[in-house]
Unconditional design. Sequence first.
Length: 332
Amino acid sequence: MILVTGGTGLIGAHLLLHLLQSEDAVRAIYRNEDSIKKTKAFFALNDQPHLFLKIEWVKADLIDVPALELAFKDIDYVYHCAALVSFEPKDEMLLRKTNIEGTANIVNLCIAFKIKKLCYVSSIAALGETIAKDKIVTEKTDWNPELYHGDYAITKYGAEMEVWRGTQEDLDVVIVNPGIVFGRGFGYEGSGAFFQKVKKDFPFYTTGIAGIVSATDVVKAMHLLMCSDIKNERFSLVSDNITYQELINHIADLLHKKHPSIKVSKSSSILAWKLDSFVSLVTRKKRSFTRSIAQASHSKYIYDCSKIENTISFEFEHYQSFLPPLAAYHLL
């Protein structure tokens, strides 16, 4: 039997749909009933409501070990997709508890229950950095602790360390590091924010480079890796390295909107996140533009994904193919 954590999120929901088209027994973890509604709606959107009924749901939290133990009963394979994604500095402790401690709990239970293989969904944020900002990043690029990293990146890196610890105790694992994941079914959450900004005629753009990939490709790669003999390896998942300007312009064309016309410099971004920090401090409102977001919007890193392409002959779907259907979804 297969266990999926984070089955109510974008990647988890896409994974459940993919698995249920070929697997009979799939169990998924959820935190509250409202979150399941999103996954149910996603299955209906894909005309597969009958497959949703095959999911065995178990209520559990990543830091609730007794509940997780119940979820692990009779499980052979685990896909760990659950994580907290936040760039809000105030969420530092919650990020650490969910992403690092929660992953440690999953790893410990995989070892205790003698799980055959674990697939962990990390992020390109947990990959290393080159000295020159315009150089290529691979799975072997070293993480530089001297550089600034946002809390999210730090906790995903820390979670990977917990997964690698599991390999020292005879747990077979594969790690995937996807870029910005695009997939339909979750409105303006996550990457859907790009569509929301374009629809509202957001006038700003940067020339930083975005590593993007479709949710369909992410889950397909995960399943192929889990079904293979490959173990104790990590794989970057990015179909396209394109500038944020190119990405937003393409979405604008699909939505029949104007291209953003105001280029934002690095110095302007620094002023913007500092001002946003001050406003948040005074008003107690959630941050909308943080240092880590500003840094990412100007990053020039290029992500090389030839490893998975060569290892399992994987072919990515490029953004010209997967963004048009998403634009049609956001036009509904």
